[in-house]
Design a protein around this ligand. Structure first.
Ligand SMILES: [Zn+2]
Length: 365
């Protein structure tokens, strides 16, 4: 079976690999969509839970797809709310909600929101995304085996319910030929036999791709490549493999070598706002060599002692920031805390990631 070379979007086909920056609430912080186009960003990741909470389903339905609302005509994926099961509910005991077999109950601002697998699919279909992600029961990698097993069983059960809902909506709207991708999520923490079991069951249900679920870092903060490998080795090659929340540039390169072609992460945008810029160790885009272990470094404008450094942030970048402004000016903007500093840094970091995708597509593995 042949691995997919393109990501099918309702606005056209996008070459793989592709990186989706986080536009959680339908915006990449500090940027508008024209800025995003200038960074050659092909796709965005929005969040089902947050958009449902902020906008409500009736308004989302009224929009007829969120693309027009946010002025975006690139690819779009929605995270199911599964990550919030981990980040909001499980991390805070029962204070912010609980997870039952029915779904995830969030308790926020005095309101209760029950996000069921079916509701998550309904919202995502109304958002009009290109890839719908099933709601999963996020497994913290440090939990005992019994808890990881329960999460896997619930994830499989929810995946099954999600598929039924997905097919029901597609049948109703008669758009089966132009339906979005449906992504299953593999849980199981560090327990490789649980990961394998989860994959086997998800393959029986049938999806267009599988995603690496759960927190990808081990206790010592190194990346859990073993689980990533278990997923890629046990998934048919015609499936899309998605490294959810991944990651650092070197992790992306390593996962690509394992067959992963879709990535998303808050790192480039969050780091930019905090004054951490990614710089290739090269004098031009052509000279970038991602096969080296240390192919990039960081530049911190706020820590720079050189007020008179009038060189661009990176010689190996063609972004709006590097073409028009110097390190000295960026340092000044960060120092006076002007919002433009974050905007210019975000534009640069996103172009760093889109260059990484371009380089990967040329990479022989
Ligand atoms: Zn740049």
């Amino acid at each position: 079976m042949i691995s997919p070379k393109f990501f099918r979007s309702s606005t056209g086909e996008i070459p793989l690999p592709v990186f989706f920056p986080d536009a959680t609430r339908a915006v990449v912080k500090l940027l508008d969509t024209k800025d995003l186009e200038s960074t050659k960003t092909n796709g965005l990741l929005i969040n089902t839970y947050h958009l449902y909470k902020e906008l409500g389903l009736p308004f989302i339905k009224k929009l007829g797809g969120i693309r027009k609302f946010m002025g975006w005509d690139g690819a779009l994926i929605s995270d199911s709310g599964g990550f919030q099961v981990g980040s909001l509910i499980k991390k805070h005991g029962t204070r912010l909600g609980k997870v039952t077999d029915d779904g995830a109950m969030f308790r926020l601002d005095g309101k209760k929101i029950l996000l069921t697998p079916e509701l998550s699919i309904q919202i995502q279909m109304e958002l009009g995304v290109d890839m719908v992600v099933v709601l999963d029961d996020f497994t913290d990698p440090l939990v005992p085996r019994q808890n990881a097993k329960e999460s896997v069983n619930r994830t499989i059960n929810w995946a099954h319910r999600s598929k039924i809902e997905f097919e029901k909506i597609n049948r109703k709207s008669m758009r089966n030929s132009r339906r979005p991708y449906l992504l299953g999520i593999v849980q199981g923490g560090y327990y490789q036999d649980l990961r394998k079991h989860c994959i086997e069951e998800l393959l029986k249900i049938g999806f267009d791709g599988l995603g690496y679920g759960g927190w990808p870092l081990k206790q010592n903060m190194t990346f859990d490549y073993e689980s990533a490998k278990t997923i890629s080795e046990n998934t048919p090659s015609n499936y899309l493999l998605y490294g959810l929340g991944v990651g650092k540039p070197c992790e992306i390169v390593n996962l690509y070598k394992l067959g992963y072609t879709i990535f998303d992460c808050v790192l480039p945008t969050r780091d930019a706002r905090h004054g951490r810029l990614y710089v290739y160790k090269a004098d031009s885009i052509e000279e970038i060599d991602i096969s080296k272990n240390d192919f990039y470094e960081f530049y911190y404008p706020t820590k720079s002692k050189h007020q008179d450094d009038f060189s661009p942030v990176s010689m190996a970048c063609d972004c709006l920031t590097c073409k028009n402004y110097s390190r000295s000016y960026l340092r000044h903007l960060f120092k006076i805390k002007d919002a433009t500093a974050g905007r210019l840094a975000t534009i640069h970091n996103l172009r760093f990631y889109s260059i990484l995708m371009e380089k990967l597509s040329l990479f022989n593995i």
